[in-house]
Design a protein around this ligand. Structure first.
Ligand SMILES: Nc1ncnc2c1ncn2[C@@H]1O[C@H](COP(=O)(O)OP(=O)(O)OP(=O)(O)O)[C@@H](O)[C@H]1O
Ligand SMILES: [Mg+2]
Length: 597
C-alpha cells in the first residue's frame, strides 16, 4: 500500500551518478500526508528512494525546477511552455544502498529509465541514519527534516581522520564544539584525552565538571589553575620573534651559540639525560634568560683604559644585578678619542637587549618568562621540568583539558599556540611506543578560532605545527578538531585533510568555495544551501557520517561565554552603575586582569 502512496515519479535519464526524475502528474500536492506525517517533495538535500528488486537505492535531491529540466525539453519550454506545464523535474545524486535493514554508502548497481522513484519515509530514514554502532558514536542533534531522528556521528572516524567545524560568526560553531565534546565526555570513557586551545576563554563554563582549566592569569573566580609556558621550551626563532629589534644573521648566530652554552650548563645542573652533541638552541632545555641578558649587556657596555685591551677594564659606576635586571655601568667612553675606550668588539645589540629587558619585566609576559617552578635560576636550575607540565596537560584525570589563552598578548598568540602544539605533538610523536604516547592513548586537539593563528601562506610555527598534525597526526594518535569562521584563510592542505566537515551557516561566497573544494563532488550543490541554514544547523559530510546529513545541533544549556547577550532584555534591566564602577573598569583594564583591580 505504502509503495503506491510514496511514489512520486520516474527516472527519465541517468548520467553517471546524476539521475533526472520526472515527477508524475498524479502527485496532487507538493506536501503529501502519509501515515499522518507531512512530507515535502523536492526539498534540496532531502532523500529519495529507488527500489530495485531486493535493494533500495537512495539519492539526495540536488536540483529542482528549471535547473533540472533535461536538455531535450529545454527547447520545448522556450517554444511553447504550455506543452509541459504539468511536468516537473528534479535531479538527484545516488549516495547509498540498502539491503535488508543495512544501509551502506556507495551503490553497487545503477537504476535505469522508467524505474520508479519514491519519497523516503521516517521508517527509511531510521535505516539510513541508524545503524551506527552505539559504542563508537555520539549523538549531536536531530536530523533537520525530522525532529524524532537523532543525528549520530562515528567517533573513531571523525577523530582520527580530523574534523573541521566551519561557519560565519554567530552560526553556532562554539555551541557545536561544546555539544561534541560534551557527548564524548559523557560517554564514560576511562582515559579519553582532549585538549582544547581556547583563545577567548569560552569553554571553562561549559565543561565545569569534566575539565581541568589552565589559564594565563588564573583567578579565584573560576577555580582555574595557572597556565605556565616556560620560554625555554620555545624554539630559537620563536623566542627571538617575541622581542623587538632585528638582528643581523651574525648576531643571531652569536645569540644562538650563547644559548647553547647556557643550555649545556643547565643540562649538568639539572642532571638531564641527553647526549650533549644533540643540544641545539631549539632543544627544550632550561637556561637563564636573565643571566644571558646580563652577560650580553655587560659585554656591550664595557669600556677600557687602553684601546682594545679587555684586561684594562674601567671601574664600575654601577654594579648590576641579573636577578633585578640592572646593568653593570662602566666609566663612559670619552667622546674626544682618548681613554676610556669603547669595547670595539661589541656587537651593537644594546637596543635588542633593552627590548629583552622590557619583556622580562612586562607583567603580561609573566606566564612565559617567570613561570613559577619552571623559572630557571641563574645557572639554569629548575624545580620542575617540562615533564610535569606535559603531565598536567595530557595526563589529567578529567577527560577535557582547556588551555585558556585569553590572557596571552595578541602579538604573540600565534607563536605561543604554535609552540604549544609543537611541544604536544613532538612529545606524542617521540613517545609513540610508550604507554602514554599517542598510539596507546590517542589525543584530540581542539583548535577554536583557528583563523586567529593559522593564516595560509604564512610560514609560522602554528601553521607548520597544524599542517604536520593534519598530515601525520593520524598515524601517531593525534586528531584535530579545527574550528574557524574563515575557511578561506586556512591552508588548503589542512582543510583537505579533514575527513569530516561540519559546515554551519556561511554567508561569504569565498569561504563557501573553499568548503566546496573540500567535499564530495556530486554534493557540491548542497554548499549553496549554507547561507540559508538556521543557527546551529549544519551539513555534516565525510567520514564521520554514513551519508551527508542536514543536522540541527542541540543547544547547550550552559552556553560558551562567547554567546550573544540579549540586548533588549539587558537594556530593560535597571542600571545602578556609578562613576566608581567606571573607576573599577579602568583599574581592571590597566592591570589587564579581569579580577577587580
Ligand atoms: N543549536 C543551536 N540552537 C539554538 N541556538 C544556538 C545553537 N547554536 C548556537 N546558538 C546560539 O547562537 C549564538 C552564537 O553561537 P556560538 O557562540 O556557538 O557561535 P559561533 O559560531 O561560535 O560564533 P563566533 O564565530 O562569534 O565564535 C549563541 O547565542 C547561541 O546560544
Ligand atoms: Mg565561537
Amino acid at each position: 500500500m505504502n509503495k503506491i502512496k510514496t511514489e512520486i515519479g520516474e527516472i527519465v535519464s541517468v548520467s553517471g551518478n546524476v539521475i533526472t526524475v520526472q515527477l508524475s502528474d498524479t502527485v496532487k500536492s507538493n506536501m503529501p500526508i502519509i501515515d499522518g506525517i507531512v512530507y515535502r517533495i523536492g526539498q534540496i538535500g532531502s532523500f529519495l528512494k529507488v527500489p530495485l528488486g531486493y535493494a533500495n537505492l537512495y539519492g539526495i535531491v540536488t536540483q529542482i525546477g528549471a535547473a533540472a529540466i533535461p536538455e531535450k525539453f529545454k527547447e520545448l519550454v522556450e517554444k511553447d511552455y504550455t506543452k509541459i506545464d504539468n511536468r516537473q523535474w528534479l535531479n538527484m545524486v545516488l549516495v547509498g544502498e540498502q539491503i535488508g535493514r543495512k544501509f551502506d554508502r556507495g551503490v553497487s548497481q545503477s537504476p535505469t529509465t522508467g524505474d520508479k522513484v519514491h519519497l523516503v519515509t521516517i521508517k527509511d530514514l531510521d535505516i539510513i541514519y541508524g545503524g551506527l554502532d552505539e559504542k563508537n558514536s555520539i549523538t549531536v542533534g536531530n536530523i533537520s527534516i525530522s525532529e524524532s531522528l537523532n543525528a549520530k556521528v562515528d567517533l573513531n572516524k571523525m577523530l582520527s581522520r580530523h574534523c573541521a567545524i566551519l561557519g560565519s560568526t554567530g552560526s553556532g560553531k562554539s555551541n557545536a564544539v561544546g555539544v561534541v565534546l560534551g557527548a564524548i565526555a559523557n560517554k564514560g570513557f576511562k582515559s579519553s584525552r582532549i585538549l582544547v586551545i581556547d583563545p577567548h576563554g569560552e569553554y571553562s563554563s561549559v565543561f565545569e565538571n569534566n575539565s581541568n582549566v589552565y589559564k594565563v592569569k588564573s583567578d579565584d573566580l573560576d577555580k582555574s589553575k595557572e597556565l605556565l609556558i616556560p620560554f625555554w621550551a620555545l624554539p630559537f626563532e620563536e623566542l627571538l620573534s617575541i622581542f623587538s629589534g632585528k638582528l643581523s644573521d651574525q648576531n643571531k648566530d652569536y645569540l644562538r651559540s650563547k644559548i647553547i652554552e647556557a643550555k649545556l650548563i643547565a643540562v649538568q645542573k639539572n642532571d638531564i639525560k641527553i647526549d650533549k652533541v644533540l643540544v641545539t638552541a631549539d632543544t627544550p632545555i632550561p637556561f637563564s634568560l636573565k643571566k644571558l641578558w646580563f652577560d650580553l649587556d655587560d659585554f656591550e657596555r664595557q669600556t677600557y683604559n687602553e684601546r682594545a685591551k679587555p684586561e684594562t677594564i674601567t671601574n664600575k659606576d654601577q654594579i648590576g644585578d641579573p636577578e633585578k635586571l640592572i646593568s653593570n655601568m662602566y666609566k663612559p667612553a670619552s667622546a674626544g678619542g682618548g681613554a676610556p675606550f669603547l669595547n670595539n668588539t661589541a656587537k651593537g645589540i644594546l637596543s635588542f637587549l633593552d627590548s629583552v629587558r622590557e619583556k622580562l619585566k612586562d607583567s603580561r609576559y609573566k606566564f612565559l618568562f617567570n613561570p613559577k617552578e619552571y623559572t630557571p635560576g641563574l645557572e639554569g636550575k629548575v624545580a620542575h621540568d617540562l615533564g610535569s607540565l606535559l603531565f598536567d596537560w595530557l595526563g589529567g584525570t578529567k577527560p577535557i583539558t582547556i588551555l585558556d589563552l585569553s590572557g596571552v598578548p595578541p602579538e604573540i598568540m600565534a607563536s605561543i599556540s604554535g609552540t604549544l602544539l609543537k611541544i604536544i605533538y613532538d612529545a606524542l610523536f617521540w613517545g609513540q611506543y610508550l604507554k602514554n604516547g599517542g598510539k596507546e592513548q590517542p589525543l584530540l586537539v581542539v583548535l577554536e578560532e583557528a583563523h586567529n593563528y593559522l593564516k595560509s601562506g604564512e610560514n609560522s610555527i602554528s601553521s607548520r605545527a597544524v599542517q604536520t598534525i593534519a598530515k601525520e597526526g593520524r598515524k601517531y594518535g593525534v586528531g584535530l578538531l579545527l574550528v574557524t569562521q574563515r575557511p578561506s584563510e586556512l591552508e588548503e592542505t589542512v582543510l583537505s585533510q579533514c575527513g569530516t566537515i561540519i559546515a554551519l551557516r556561511m554567508n561569504n561566497s569565498k569561504d563557501r568555495s573553499h568548503i566546496r573544494s573540500a567535499i564530495q563532488d556530486e554534493l557540491q550543490t548542497m554548499v549553496d544551501l549554507l547561507p540559508s541554514l538556521r543557527t546551529g544547523e549544519a551539513i555534516i559530510s565525510g567520514e564521520g557520517v554514513k551519508i551527508p546529513a542536514r543536522v540541527q545541533f542541540y543547544k547547550l544549556s550552559n552556553a560558551p561565554k562567547g554567546s550573544d547577550p540579549i540586548v533588549s532584555e539587558k537594556w530593560m534591566e535597571e542600571s545602578n552603575v556609578t562613576a566608581e564602577d567606571y573607576e573599577k573598569l579602568l583599574r581592571v583594564w590597566r592591570n589587564q586582569d579581569f579580577k577587580e583591580g
